[in-house]
Design a protein around this ligand. Structure first.
Ligand code: URP
Ligand code: ZN
Ligand code: ZN
Length: 459
């Protein structure tokens, strides 16, 4: 048994002084002056006690072409939990052409089982559409895979007719379709033009994926979702003002069941990063790319006014040495993706809450509660209620420090946030009733994380 005493408990809607008692992996009681002779006492005086954060966009152990991301489900979830994140929902990689929908889910159970130190779920990936795939959506939803990703770019992009079929099925089942929205043909054409003209520096990664490509694809898929009767649709990693405007427009026209995600990096960095000396710009090669200051500002506004529902990470880590460096002479050779699962809570707490852009309650909503609600994890995850899983993160807001790679766990050899000055530090993390992080030490156990069977949306 654990009792956390004297802290400020923070949820998405309130902040108050109270103690929390944890028994048998569950929050058993919240109240003043809790006491038990047998309890381990954690003193949280002067600190915030928040729900363990939930990251619904990670890519652990991802095979992408010839590249494999460096964090597997062990190192990636150690990185996560030491950064205050106690559950993830991972986007599985593409499988072989024409494979069953179940193929990659089975594979990911093998990859995560016995390795993850925190609880995890999977989004399925739909890489072609036929009657079998549509009926597998139903059987997998019954097994706790209540969301599926589709791509509008990359090798296994879906055409519009296929997307419409998937969205209609999603509406029928109450599952959510997560969408990577970028206009594939325009991107490919721009890339080919840059490459054939010898324009191969890192910045051309960003130039070949302009904001209109994101906005056009978001607009198109929102129209398809409307055509499918307001099918539940979740746009991942929104990076542009234009893209967010499409969401606002659809909502203003009355379209329902639209969810919007951005990621830490799109709120904190611009495309100037691509010019960092020493080929460091390659560290930020991700899709969509980093954007302009005006986009960063528009996304923060969306975070403030409620148009953005979730801040996730799109954690997809490749080492700089050996992996990202493949792009030194040609940006198209650089594996796409960047780490972030360890940094998200610290960076958003510091840049958002401590810099007074958002309240701490809104921060909890964006990083813990809303992602858990949208993806069928709530109220076990993402909240501090009696009977919730005992996943708790304690933040000390009084500590200031400079973030460096050496402070982070995980396998990857860099952080995009090297040298950033942060206000507020993760003090303690409790995962399923056990203290797994305290005083900069990790105490978790490989394989302690369990698969989370997620619910479909209530209709
Ligand atoms: O560049 C990125 N984001 N890589 C991961 C896959 C994706 O598109 O989300
Ligand atoms: Zn994506
Ligand atoms: Zn992703």
């Amino acid at each position: 048994m654990i009792i956390i005493k004297n802290g400020t408990i923070v949820t998405e809607s309130e902040s108050y002084f109270s103690d929390i008692m944890i028994e048998n992996n569950i929050i058993s009681c919240i109240g003043a002056n809790l006491f038990n002779d047998n309890a381990e006492i954690i003193d949280a005086s002067g600190m915030y006690v928040i729900p363990g954060a939930v990251d619904v966009h990670t890519h652990m152990d991802l095979q992408a072409g010839n590249n494999r991301s460096i964090d597997d489900f062990y190192t990636g979830t150690v990185a996560a939990v030491c950064g205050g994140t106690t559950s993830i929902v991972d986007h599985v990689a593409f499988g072989p052409r024409n494979c069953a929908l179940r193929h990659q889910i089975d594979k990911y159970h093998e990859l995560a089982n016995g390795k993850a130190v925190i609880d995890y779920g999977f989004h399925g990936v739909i890489q072609h559409v036929n009657d079998e795939v549509l009926s597998e959506m139903e059987s997998l939803a019954k097994e706790g895979i209540s969301s599926f990703k589709i791509y509008m770019t990359y090798d296994f992009k879906l055409d519009d007719a296929s997307i419409l079929k998937v969205l209609k099925k999603a509406k029928e089942l109450g599952v959510i379709i997560a969408v990577h929205a970028e206009n594939n043909d325009v991107i490919n054409d721009l890339r080919e033009n840059y490459v054939s003209n010898g324009l191969l520096e890192t910045i051309y990664h960003a130039k070949s994926r302009p904001d209109h490509c994101e906005a056009e694809a978001i607009s198109r898929v929102l129209h398809l979702a409307a055509l499918a009767g307001d099918a539940p649709i979740y746009i991942v990693h929104i990076s542009t003002e234009k893209g967010l405007d499409e969401i606002k427009k659809a909502r203003a026209q009355g379209q329902k069941n639209i969810f919007a995600e951005t990621c830490t990096q799109y709120l904190t960095m611009t495309d100037e990063k691509y010019f960092e000396p020493g080929n460091n710009g390659l560290k930020y090669v991700m899709s969509p790319p980093l954007r302009q200051k005006s986009d960063v500002d528009a996304l923060w506004k969306g975070v403030q006014d409620g148009e953005i529902d979730v801040i996730a990470t799109d954690h997809c880590s490749f080492n700089f040495k050996g992996d990202k460096e493949k792009g030194i002479n040609d940006f198209t050779k650089c594996p796409n993706g960047a780490p972030g699962v360890a940094e998200r809570l610290m960076v958003i707490f510091s840049e958002g809450v401590m810099e007074k852009k958002i309240s701490i309650n809104r921060c909890i909503e964006l990083l813990c509660t809303k992602p858990a609600k949208i993806y069928g994890l709530y109220p076990k995850k993402g909240s501090l209620n009696p009977k919730s899983d005992a996943d708790v993160t304690i933040i000390n807001p009084n500590l200031e420090y400079t973030l460096t790679r050496s402070m982070l766990r995980g396998a990857v050899d860099y952080t995009c946030f090297e040298g950033i000055e942060l206000k507020g530090k993760i003090d303690t993390v409790i995962q399923n009733g056990k203290v797994v992080y305290k005083n900069d030490d990790f105490f978790g156990k490989k394989g302690d994380g369990k698969f989370i069977k997620r619910r479909v949306m209530e209709q």
